[in-house]
Write a protein that binds this ligand. Sequence first.
Ligand SMILES: [Zn+2]
Ligand SMILES: [Zn+2]
Length: 362
Amino acid sequence: MAHTAMAAVLRTVADPMCVEQITVADPGVGEVLVRTAVTGICGTDVHFADGRIPYPTPTVLGHEAAGTVELVGPGVTDISAGQRVIVCDQTFCGRCGNCLSGQMVYCTDPTTKQRQRQRLRIDDRHCRQYLGVSALADLMLVDAHNLVPIPDALPFEAAALLSCCLTTGLAAVFNIARPTPGGRVAVFGCGGVGLGAIQAARIAGAAQIIAVDPQPHRRALAAAIGATHAIDPTSDDPVAAVLAATGGAGVEAAVEAVGSPDTVAHAVAVLAPDGHATILGMSPAGADITLPARLLRQGRTITGTVMGSVRTRADIPRYADLALRGLLRTQELITSRRPLAEVNDAFADTRAHRGVRALITF
Ligand SMILES: [Zn+2]
Ligand SMILES: [Zn+2]
Protein backbone atom coordinates (compact mmCIF):
# COMPACT_ATOMS: atom_id res chain seq x y z
CA MET A 1 0.00 0.00 0.00
CA ALA A 2 1.37 3.41 -0.93
CA HIS A 3 1.44 6.29 1.56
CA THR A 4 0.47 9.91 1.05
CA ALA A 5 2.77 12.69 2.18
CA MET A 6 2.86 16.48 2.04
CA ALA A 7 5.95 17.64 0.18
CA ALA A 8 7.55 20.82 -1.16
CA VAL A 9 7.51 19.98 -4.86
CA LEU A 10 9.91 21.65 -7.28
CA ARG A 11 8.12 21.40 -10.65
CA THR A 12 10.28 23.83 -12.59
CA VAL A 13 13.84 24.86 -11.74
CA ALA A 14 14.10 28.42 -10.39
CA ASP A 15 10.34 28.59 -9.66
CA PRO A 16 9.03 28.60 -6.08
CA MET A 17 8.21 25.19 -4.60
CA CYS A 18 4.58 24.32 -3.84
CA VAL A 19 3.49 22.20 -0.90
CA GLU A 20 1.44 19.39 -2.44
CA GLN A 21 0.38 15.85 -1.79
CA ILE A 22 2.66 13.12 -3.18
CA THR A 23 2.54 9.34 -3.02
CA VAL A 24 5.36 7.43 -1.35
CA ALA A 25 5.77 3.71 -2.10
CA ASP A 26 5.60 1.06 0.59
CA PRO A 27 9.06 0.05 1.86
CA GLY A 28 10.59 -2.68 -0.32
CA VAL A 29 13.49 -4.99 0.52
CA GLY A 30 16.10 -3.09 2.54
CA GLU A 31 14.01 0.09 2.67
CA VAL A 32 12.63 2.11 5.59
CA LEU A 33 9.82 4.68 5.79
CA VAL A 34 10.73 7.56 8.12
CA ARG A 35 8.41 10.27 9.49
CA THR A 36 10.35 13.51 9.16
CA ALA A 37 10.88 15.65 12.29
CA VAL A 38 13.37 18.31 11.15
CA THR A 39 15.01 19.13 7.81
CA GLY A 40 17.85 21.65 7.46
CA ILE A 41 18.26 23.68 4.27
CA CYS A 42 21.74 23.13 2.88
CA GLY A 43 23.48 25.35 0.32
CA THR A 44 23.53 22.33 -2.01
CA ASP A 45 19.71 22.33 -2.07
CA VAL A 46 19.73 25.95 -3.22
CA HIS A 47 22.17 25.12 -6.06
CA PHE A 48 19.72 22.48 -7.29
CA ALA A 49 16.62 24.69 -6.81
CA ASP A 50 18.24 27.51 -8.78
CA GLY A 51 19.44 25.23 -11.59
CA ARG A 52 23.20 25.63 -11.05
CA ILE A 53 23.33 21.84 -10.83
CA PRO A 54 20.96 20.37 -13.46
CA TYR A 55 18.43 17.85 -12.11
CA PRO A 56 15.23 16.27 -13.42
CA THR A 57 11.87 17.65 -12.25
CA PRO A 58 9.40 17.26 -10.69
CA THR A 59 11.43 16.54 -7.58
CA VAL A 60 11.35 17.10 -3.81
CA LEU A 61 14.57 18.64 -2.45
CA GLY A 62 16.07 18.32 1.04
CA HIS A 63 18.75 15.89 2.25
CA GLU A 64 19.64 16.97 5.80
CA ALA A 65 17.09 15.38 8.11
CA ALA A 66 16.15 13.46 11.21
CA GLY A 67 12.95 11.66 12.17
CA THR A 68 11.28 8.55 13.52
CA VAL A 69 11.05 5.19 11.77
CA GLU A 70 7.48 4.44 10.74
CA LEU A 71 7.77 1.13 8.84
CA VAL A 72 10.57 -1.18 7.79
CA GLY A 73 10.64 -3.31 4.63
CA PRO A 74 11.55 -6.99 4.28
CA GLY A 75 15.10 -7.89 5.25
CA VAL A 76 15.67 -4.88 7.52
CA THR A 77 16.82 -6.34 10.82
CA ASP A 78 18.90 -3.59 12.41
CA ILE A 79 16.29 -0.79 12.36
CA SER A 80 12.81 -0.96 13.87
CA ALA A 81 9.61 1.11 13.97
CA GLY A 82 9.69 3.87 16.57
CA GLN A 83 13.47 4.30 16.43
CA ARG A 84 14.81 7.88 16.21
CA VAL A 85 17.24 8.26 13.33
CA ILE A 86 19.44 10.62 11.37
CA VAL A 87 18.77 10.32 7.62
CA CYS A 88 21.91 10.78 5.50
CA ASP A 89 22.11 11.11 1.74
CA GLN A 90 24.96 8.61 1.72
CA THR A 91 23.94 5.05 1.11
CA PHE A 92 26.25 2.12 0.40
CA CYS A 93 26.23 -1.56 -0.54
CA GLY A 94 28.63 -2.77 2.15
CA ARG A 95 30.19 -5.28 -0.28
CA CYS A 96 32.28 -3.41 -2.88
CA GLY A 97 35.99 -2.71 -2.46
CA ASN A 98 35.47 0.91 -1.44
CA CYS A 99 32.83 -0.01 1.16
CA LEU A 100 35.04 -2.77 2.57
CA SER A 101 37.94 -0.34 2.95
CA GLY A 102 35.82 2.17 4.86
CA GLN A 103 35.29 4.53 1.90
CA MET A 104 31.56 3.95 1.57
CA VAL A 105 31.02 7.51 0.33
CA TYR A 106 32.69 6.21 -2.85
CA CYS A 107 30.57 3.03 -3.09
CA THR A 108 30.82 1.71 -6.66
CA ASP A 109 27.77 -0.57 -6.69
CA PRO A 110 25.56 1.03 -9.38
CA THR A 111 22.35 -0.51 -8.02
CA THR A 112 22.80 1.10 -4.60
CA LYS A 113 22.27 4.67 -5.71
CA GLN A 114 19.69 4.01 -8.42
CA ARG A 115 17.14 2.03 -6.47
CA GLN A 116 15.25 5.17 -5.49
CA ARG A 117 14.07 5.83 -9.03
CA GLN A 118 10.43 4.84 -8.55
CA ARG A 119 9.79 5.69 -4.90
CA LEU A 120 7.74 8.90 -5.31
CA ARG A 121 4.79 9.81 -7.52
CA ILE A 122 2.81 12.99 -8.14
CA ASP A 123 -0.25 13.43 -10.38
CA ASP A 124 0.11 9.70 -11.09
CA ARG A 125 3.52 10.18 -12.71
CA HIS A 126 7.04 9.66 -11.48
CA CYS A 127 8.54 12.29 -9.15
CA ARG A 128 12.32 12.05 -8.97
CA GLN A 129 13.66 11.36 -5.48
CA TYR A 130 16.51 13.78 -4.73
CA LEU A 131 19.81 12.28 -3.54
CA GLY A 132 17.92 9.19 -2.40
CA VAL A 133 16.20 11.18 0.39
CA SER A 134 13.78 14.02 -0.59
CA ALA A 135 13.60 15.35 2.97
CA LEU A 136 11.24 18.29 2.33
CA ALA A 137 8.30 15.95 2.87
CA ASP A 138 6.69 14.59 6.01
CA LEU A 139 7.56 11.02 4.95
CA MET A 140 10.86 9.77 3.49
CA LEU A 141 11.45 6.34 1.94
CA VAL A 142 15.17 5.53 2.13
CA ASP A 143 17.65 2.65 2.19
CA ALA A 144 18.19 1.28 5.70
CA HIS A 145 21.89 2.06 5.10
CA ASN A 146 21.02 5.79 4.93
CA LEU A 147 20.03 5.73 8.60
CA VAL A 148 22.03 6.27 11.77
CA PRO A 149 20.11 5.56 15.02
CA ILE A 150 20.47 8.28 17.67
CA PRO A 151 20.10 8.33 21.45
CA ASP A 152 16.81 9.59 22.90
CA ALA A 153 18.59 12.52 24.54
CA LEU A 154 19.77 14.03 21.24
CA PRO A 155 17.24 16.64 20.02
CA PHE A 156 16.03 16.24 16.43
CA GLU A 157 17.37 19.70 15.53
CA ALA A 158 20.93 18.72 16.47
CA ALA A 159 20.42 15.37 14.77
CA ALA A 160 19.42 17.04 11.49
CA LEU A 161 22.59 19.15 11.52
CA LEU A 162 24.59 15.92 11.97
CA SER A 163 22.99 14.53 8.82
CA CYS A 164 25.05 16.75 6.51
CA CYS A 165 26.70 20.05 7.39
CA LEU A 166 28.28 19.54 10.82
CA THR A 167 29.25 15.96 10.03
CA THR A 168 30.96 16.99 6.79
CA GLY A 169 33.14 19.52 8.61
CA LEU A 170 33.85 17.20 11.54
CA ALA A 171 34.73 14.21 9.35
CA ALA A 172 36.98 16.33 7.12
CA VAL A 173 39.06 17.31 10.14
CA PHE A 174 38.96 14.03 12.09
CA ASN A 175 39.31 11.67 9.09
CA ILE A 176 41.43 13.63 6.62
CA ALA A 177 43.07 16.85 7.90
CA ARG A 178 43.99 15.32 11.31
CA PRO A 179 45.67 18.40 12.83
CA THR A 180 48.15 17.72 15.62
CA PRO A 181 47.36 19.08 19.11
CA GLY A 182 48.87 22.55 19.26
CA GLY A 183 48.81 22.88 15.48
CA ARG A 184 47.49 25.58 13.17
CA VAL A 185 44.33 25.25 11.07
CA ALA A 186 42.62 27.61 8.61
CA VAL A 187 38.97 27.22 7.61
CA PHE A 188 37.62 29.01 4.53
CA GLY A 189 33.85 29.49 4.73
CA CYS A 190 31.91 29.60 8.02
CA GLY A 191 28.54 28.13 7.04
CA GLY A 192 27.38 24.91 8.67
CA VAL A 193 30.24 22.86 7.20
CA GLY A 194 32.98 25.33 8.11
CA LEU A 195 31.59 25.74 11.63
CA GLY A 196 31.78 21.95 11.98
CA ALA A 197 35.42 22.00 10.86
CA ILE A 198 36.26 24.82 13.29
CA GLN A 199 34.75 22.90 16.19
CA ALA A 200 36.56 19.70 15.18
CA ALA A 201 39.86 21.62 15.09
CA ARG A 202 39.13 22.94 18.60
CA ILE A 203 38.20 19.48 19.88
CA ALA A 204 41.38 18.06 18.27
CA GLY A 205 43.43 20.59 20.25
CA ALA A 206 44.57 22.96 17.51
CA ALA A 207 46.20 26.02 19.08
CA GLN A 208 45.39 28.42 16.24
CA ILE A 209 42.13 28.23 14.30
CA ILE A 210 41.81 30.91 11.63
CA ALA A 211 38.32 31.43 10.19
CA VAL A 212 37.84 33.25 6.85
CA ASP A 213 34.36 34.43 5.82
CA PRO A 214 32.94 37.64 4.30
CA GLN A 215 29.84 37.66 6.58
CA PRO A 216 30.34 39.48 9.92
CA HIS A 217 27.75 37.35 11.76
CA ARG A 218 29.45 34.15 10.65
CA ARG A 219 32.88 35.40 11.72
CA ALA A 220 31.42 36.31 15.12
CA LEU A 221 29.86 32.86 15.48
CA ALA A 222 33.12 31.20 14.39
CA ALA A 223 34.96 33.11 17.10
CA ALA A 224 32.32 32.16 19.68
CA ILE A 225 32.66 28.44 19.03
CA GLY A 226 36.38 27.98 18.63
CA ALA A 227 38.15 30.19 16.07
CA THR A 228 41.09 32.13 17.51
CA HIS A 229 41.24 34.52 14.53
CA ALA A 230 38.55 35.71 12.10
CA ILE A 231 39.48 37.26 8.76
CA ASP A 232 37.25 39.23 6.37
CA PRO A 233 38.40 38.32 2.83
CA THR A 234 36.63 41.37 1.40
CA SER A 235 38.74 43.83 3.38
CA ASP A 236 42.04 41.91 3.66
CA ASP A 237 43.92 39.68 1.21
CA PRO A 238 42.92 36.36 2.82
CA VAL A 239 46.19 34.55 2.01
CA ALA A 240 48.37 37.38 3.34
CA ALA A 241 46.16 37.71 6.43
CA VAL A 242 46.31 33.99 7.29
CA LEU A 243 50.08 33.91 6.77
CA ALA A 244 50.46 37.03 8.93
CA ALA A 245 48.36 35.44 11.70
CA THR A 246 50.82 32.52 11.75
CA GLY A 247 53.90 34.73 11.79
CA GLY A 248 54.52 33.84 8.15
CA ALA A 249 54.77 30.09 8.81
CA GLY A 250 51.45 29.00 7.29
CA VAL A 251 49.05 26.36 8.59
CA GLU A 252 49.45 22.59 8.72
CA ALA A 253 45.83 22.04 7.69
CA ALA A 254 43.41 24.12 5.63
CA VAL A 255 39.76 23.26 5.03
CA GLU A 256 37.84 24.78 2.11
CA ALA A 257 34.06 24.89 2.67
CA VAL A 258 32.98 27.50 0.10
CA GLY A 259 32.99 25.81 -3.31
CA SER A 260 34.90 28.28 -5.47
CA PRO A 261 38.16 27.81 -7.39
CA ASP A 262 39.53 30.97 -5.73
CA THR A 263 39.06 29.71 -2.18
CA VAL A 264 40.55 26.33 -3.14
CA ALA A 265 43.66 28.18 -4.34
CA HIS A 266 43.70 30.22 -1.12
CA ALA A 267 43.49 27.04 0.98
CA VAL A 268 46.61 25.69 -0.72
CA ALA A 269 48.45 29.03 -0.63
CA VAL A 270 48.25 29.31 3.18
CA LEU A 271 49.83 25.88 3.80
CA ALA A 272 53.13 25.46 5.60
CA PRO A 273 55.56 22.98 4.00
CA ASP A 274 54.10 19.46 4.39
CA GLY A 275 50.67 21.05 4.95
CA HIS A 276 47.44 19.54 3.75
CA ALA A 277 44.37 21.19 2.13
CA THR A 278 41.01 19.41 2.36
CA ILE A 279 38.48 20.58 -0.23
CA LEU A 280 34.80 20.19 0.74
CA GLY A 281 33.00 22.88 -1.27
CA MET A 282 31.39 22.03 -4.61
CA SER A 283 32.93 24.29 -7.24
CA PRO A 284 30.64 24.99 -10.21
CA ALA A 285 30.52 22.26 -12.89
CA GLY A 286 33.35 22.75 -15.41
CA ALA A 287 35.40 25.03 -13.15
CA ASP A 288 39.21 24.81 -13.23
CA ILE A 289 41.53 25.40 -10.29
CA THR A 290 44.76 27.32 -10.93
CA LEU A 291 47.69 27.02 -8.52
CA PRO A 292 51.21 28.45 -8.52
CA ALA A 293 53.51 25.46 -9.26
CA ARG A 294 55.91 26.42 -6.46
CA LEU A 295 53.22 25.56 -3.89
CA LEU A 296 53.35 21.89 -4.83
CA ARG A 297 56.97 21.55 -3.71
CA GLN A 298 57.79 20.92 -0.05
CA GLY A 299 55.27 18.15 0.50
CA ARG A 300 52.04 20.13 0.31
CA THR A 301 49.03 17.97 -0.57
CA ILE A 302 45.42 18.57 -1.56
CA THR A 303 42.47 16.17 -1.12
CA GLY A 304 38.96 16.51 -2.48
CA THR A 305 36.33 14.56 -0.56
CA VAL A 306 32.64 13.79 -0.34
CA MET A 307 31.35 14.53 3.17
CA GLY A 308 34.83 14.27 4.69
CA SER A 309 34.90 10.53 3.80
CA VAL A 310 32.46 9.99 6.67
CA ARG A 311 31.70 6.40 7.71
CA THR A 312 28.18 7.28 8.79
CA ARG A 313 27.36 4.59 11.32
CA ALA A 314 30.87 4.57 12.80
CA ASP A 315 31.50 8.32 12.95
CA ILE A 316 28.14 10.04 13.50
CA PRO A 317 27.34 8.34 16.85
CA ARG A 318 30.63 9.74 18.19
CA TYR A 319 29.67 13.22 16.95
CA ALA A 320 26.26 12.84 18.63
CA ASP A 321 28.11 12.05 21.84
CA LEU A 322 30.23 15.21 21.45
CA ALA A 323 26.99 17.19 21.06
CA LEU A 324 25.41 15.58 24.13
CA ARG A 325 28.50 16.42 26.18
CA GLY A 326 28.38 20.05 25.05
CA LEU A 327 31.70 19.89 23.19
CA LEU A 328 29.99 20.24 19.83
CA ARG A 329 27.74 23.31 19.66
CA THR A 330 24.60 22.97 17.55
CA GLN A 331 21.94 25.42 18.75
CA GLU A 332 24.02 28.48 17.86
CA LEU A 333 23.92 27.47 14.18
CA ILE A 334 20.13 27.49 13.96
CA THR A 335 18.83 30.75 12.51
CA SER A 336 15.14 30.00 11.99
CA ARG A 337 12.51 27.30 12.38
CA ARG A 338 9.62 27.29 9.93
CA PRO A 339 6.77 25.00 8.88
CA LEU A 340 6.96 23.36 5.44
CA ALA A 341 4.47 25.94 4.10
CA GLU A 342 7.24 28.58 4.46
CA VAL A 343 9.89 26.55 2.64
CA ASN A 344 10.51 29.25 0.02
CA ASP A 345 11.30 31.78 2.77
CA ALA A 346 13.80 29.33 4.27
CA PHE A 347 15.46 28.98 0.85
CA ALA A 348 15.54 32.78 0.46
CA ASP A 349 17.40 33.07 3.79
CA THR A 350 19.90 30.40 2.75
CA ARG A 351 20.38 31.99 -0.67
CA ALA A 352 21.10 35.37 0.96
CA HIS A 353 23.44 33.84 3.60
CA ARG A 354 21.17 35.17 6.36
CA GLY A 355 22.22 33.37 9.53
CA VAL A 356 23.64 29.85 9.19
CA ARG A 357 20.96 27.15 9.14
CA ALA A 358 17.26 27.53 8.36
CA LEU A 359 15.24 24.56 9.64
CA ILE A 360 11.91 23.17 8.50
CA THR A 361 10.11 21.56 11.43
CA PHE A 362 7.29 19.04 10.93
ZN1 LIG B 1 24.15 19.17 2.52
ZN1 LIG C 1 29.74 -0.38 -1.96
